[in-house]
Design a protein around this ligand. Structure first.
Ligand code: S3P
Length: 437
């Protein structure tokens, strides 16, 4: 599917942010492990969480999804080996977190994924899981992976070589499911939804100070059931609305119910340093996560050097930050972001290819990119490739706002993995995105 985003005047309105993908995936995994009756509200009904739910049901969970409401049921049966392959589609989080859960439960399974997921590195979870005692076969560190049904017998301590919330969460889930203690040390602060959720359900977890390296320790954890959980809105989806409003003229938008977890909202810090006009309202705590509304207005941005430490907290927002940088005065520099090479696409390459089509001056490095902004309208006659990556597709569609006519992005199907009503929400506030005939 190809989408075309036409030049837009101004954006206005109030929108409710769709559910957080990371939290939606975690709550159905931890909820299944809890084995209780529970209602989840605000669930992200999109391809990635659905493939995780299907995989969990295939190993014996009882999850039914009805729009944004999910019902988990207490079941009599234990988890079972999967009779068929567990297809995690495009979901890096789903596949890595389930590998942790399944290894901890000692089940036999085969985990597969789509073309993009098959290319993504899995050694980062396979190696520590093997150190914990799990037996796994992989295709040279990639999917498909077979878990061979061996038990995790000992407590484990692991210093992570890369800053990855997926690796950290995989290991925490393996320990939780096998009822072992674990200590994980992360080199930079990564998203802590798993820790917060374990804490919400009464688990004995310490994840303390925001000091690096950060130590996360889970001890003798028995979780306590609860009958409901509320998923916050996804900051990473809100990011497209925020930047779209900032780069539009005479615009103001209120985004309601956005997750504002410290380890996720780095983009706000970066945009404010660049000169963005935005405000957090109505901040509160919901299911152990900070939530609030974001009020954002058109802003004149200045380019900056983005600090290295904040990179893990803006990692999913770098594609849309690059679009903000296109319209900032001067140069924006992003470095130490080599993890972008192994996301749903090689995002540094994908961003650079798109910027070439937009005729935006930029330089690409092994681990980052520098972008020189323009005050002119962009002119784009060639189609931009999304590289089958949802965040690349949505980012370049946002750039259409400041085009002379329009920006056309090809292969946009994968927007469904994280933000199924993207086009509708963006058009509600004044963008003009249409499917090409
Ligand atoms: C995620 C962690 C991040 C992020 C991904 C979702 C998660 O990956 O890029 O979209 O839900 O844990 P890392 O493993 O690199 O932290």
């Amino acid at each position: 599917m190809n989408l075309v985003s036409y030049k837009t005047q101004s954006l206005h309105g109030e929108v409710v942010c769709p559910g957080d993908k990371s939290v939606s995936q975690r709550i159905i995994i931890i909820g299944s492990l809890l084995n209780c009756d529970m209602q989840v509200n605000g669930f992200l009904n999109a391809h990635d969480p659905i493939s995780t739910a299907n995989a969990l049901n295939a190993i014996g969970a009882s999850i039914s999804i009805n729009g944004t409401e999910v019902i988990l049921k207490k079941r009599q049966n234990l988890f079972n080996n999967s009779k068929h392959d567990l297809n995690l589609g495009n979901s890096g989080t789903g596949s890595r977190l389930l590998l942790g859960l399944i290894s901890g439960l000692g089940l036999k399974s085969t985990i597969i994924g789509d073309k993009s997921l098959q290319k993504r590195p899995m050694s980062r979870v396979i190696e520590p899981l093997k150190m914990m005692g799990a037996k796994l076969n992989s295709n040279k560190g990639k999917l498909p992976i077979n878990t061979l049904g061996s038990k995790i017998l000992d407590d484990f301590e692991y210093e992570m070589p890369i800053a990855s919330a997926q690796v950290k969460s995989c290991l925490l889930l393996a320990a939780l499911a096998s009822k072992k203690n674990i200590k994980v040390i992360e080199p930079k602060i990564t998203r802590d939804h798993t820790e917060r959720m374990i804490e919400f359900f009464g688990g004995n977890i310490f994840y303390g100070a925001n000091k690096i390296p950060r130590v996360i320790e889970l001890k003798n954890s028995e979780l306590q059931p609860k009958n409901s959980f509320n998923v916050p809105g996804d900051f990473s989806s809100a990011a497209f609305i925020i930047v779209a409003t900032i780069i539009s003229k005479d615009s103001e938008v209120l985004i309601k119910n956005v997750g504002l977890n410290e380890s996720r909202k780095g983009l706000i810090e970066v945009l404010v340093l660049m000169g963005a006009n935005l405000e957090i309202r109505n901040q509160r705590k919901v299911s152990n996560e900070i939530v609030g509304d974001i009020y954002v207005k058109s802003s004149e941005l200045n380019g900056i050097d983005v600090s290295d430490d904040i990179i893990p907290n803006i990692i999913d927002e770098i594609p849309i930050l690059s679009i903000a940088a296109c319209f900032a005065k001067g140069k924006t520099v992003i470095k130490n972001a080599d993890e972008l090479r192994v996301k749903e696409s090689d995002r540094l390459h994908a961003i650079s290819e798109g910027l070439i089509k937009l005729k935006i001056k930029h330089k690409i490095f092994d681990d980052g990119i520098s972008i020189i902004g323009t005050s002119e309208q962009i002119e784009c006659s060639e189609s931009i490739d999304s590289f089958d990556d949802h965040r690349i597709a949505m980012s370049f569609l946002v750039s259409g706002i400041r085009s002379k006519n329009s920006v056309r992005v090809s292969n946009c199907e994968n927007i469904e993995t994280s933000f199924p009503n993207f086009t509708h929400i963006m058009n509600t506030i004044g963008m003009r995105i249409n499917e090409e005939d």
